[in-house]
Write a protein that binds this ligand. Sequence first.
Ligand SMILES: [Zn+2]
Ligand SMILES: [Zn+2]
Length: 194
Amino acid sequence: MRPLSDDLAAAEAFHGHLCSGMIIGVRMARLALGWLGIEDPASYRDLVVYVEMDRCAADAVSVVSGCTLGHRRLKWMDYGKMAATFLDLATRRAIRVAAVGEHSPASGVNLKEFWQGVSDDDLFRTESVSVPLSPFDLPGRPLRTARCDKCGEKVLDGREVERSGQVLCRACASGSYYVSQAGRKEENDGVGAV
Ligand SMILES: [Zn+2]
Ligand SMILES: [Zn+2]
């Protein structure tokens, strides 16, 4: 495994700064790689990582583990927790690592030095877990492609849903995170707004 200083430098280069969250994310990933016995994550293709936060640490975990969203090897679970699970598809072994310590460096201290003084045992809770990964979530070609009966857009990877005989995308079935402005304009026009 490459030295900690190399991982910290790579994480900082990718993310743009080195904060406590980045250092924790780097160490989280290194701890898991060691536990799984993965020496060269850059060339290893069977690692899948679930990050439970969309903050600095997520980028650090991604850089150190070599797992990215686009390769389907980085899964984002929106738990708002400083934790991640590392799954080796080859062995099905998985470890969840959660940052549980109440350490907070005073402002102005050297962060690398501060965190060096906190051991993995003090910083993390680790647990061997199993992860029932669906075939639709695996890396590789999509197993299925569908088309939404309402909006007509293509839906990959079994994400379509059936509602009273119709095949729908999730947005059409249960509401989307975005609001169509075209629809709003029509509404406004309808009531004579400017
Ligand atoms: Zn940060
Ligand atoms: Zn749709």
